[in-house]
Ligand binder design. Sequence first.
Ligand SMILES: [Zn+2]
Length: 355
Amino acid sequence: MLTRKDVKWQWRVEQQKAFDKLKRAFTTKPVLAAPDLDKEFRVEADVSNYATGGVLSMNCSDEMWKPVAFISKSLSDTERNYEIHDKEMLAVVRCLEAWRHFLEGAAIKFEIWTNHKNLKYFMKAQKLNRRQARWALYLSRFNFILKHVPGSKIGKADSLSRRPDWKVEVEKDNEDQRLVKPEWLEVRKTEMIEIIVDGVDLLEEVRKSKVKDNEMVKAVEEVKKAGVKMLRDEEWREIDGIIYKEGKVYVPKDNRLRAEIIRLHHDTPVGGHGGQWKIVELVTQNFWWPGITKEVKQYIEGCNACQHNKNCTEQPAGKLMPNSIPEKLWTHISVHFITKLPLVQGYNSILVVVD
Ligand SMILES: [Zn+2]
């Protein structure tokens, strides 16, 4: 600011104050703690419209957390267009990349504090794009838990993601990206907000299903009565008219609906007419009902497109046989091009004629 073109150099009380403040900050606490891999770490990550920020802290003793490192990095044009949950994840991934050498081998499971609950939601996301899949793979190397912390509590990471010098010409860009859908913040542990496959909101379909499913009610009772040791109450729960079994949406015995769900996971680009196990895997990421595997198998067996593409019904091409040795001239003539040879005097092919 002081040396910019067209700005008059001046050093007044204000500047001296700022200088003194900086001097103090550099020479007094909080100073960075030296990382110790046997101690507990904490990562705070945050993102703004134009940058990510992060703080690595360490539990030094008696809950005295001291900062170990800070990062602040701007977003590229592409990254600025990410969905908010992707931006949040990018902030986390950048922290993990920056401090991998501390965190990957950390003795104690560490917490990652982020601003938005939607990151948790994202962890349950059904279909990962390539970038997300890469992140998921990367994250799996670390021993951490994600903790949702409101923005005000992660002020350091938040301000690092708002460094004004990276804000240049970004201000008007994607302003709403930081808005989190309010209903997302209400998400309870196993509740899903929407499951949209090929433009159909399946959760809404399940909710709307009028089929009174006595079998299911009985099944829930039975399973509970059976007293399987692992069984906990949370395995079955009802939220907002949807019944979940271990976090998966239970689809009532509505054959039309169940078939539709399979169809949407099989006949669409997502399913790509995949085989039984692929489709079972896709469907059961979100849904469950008894006998689902069998029903998927039956569906695929009945799928016209799959049956047509299953085997090549054409006669295989015959084996190439050499001609028998001719007895006269001009009875057998074969012609063959040898192409794509290196250019010699402007030519690159040879025509071979055999009589
Ligand atoms: Zn098919």
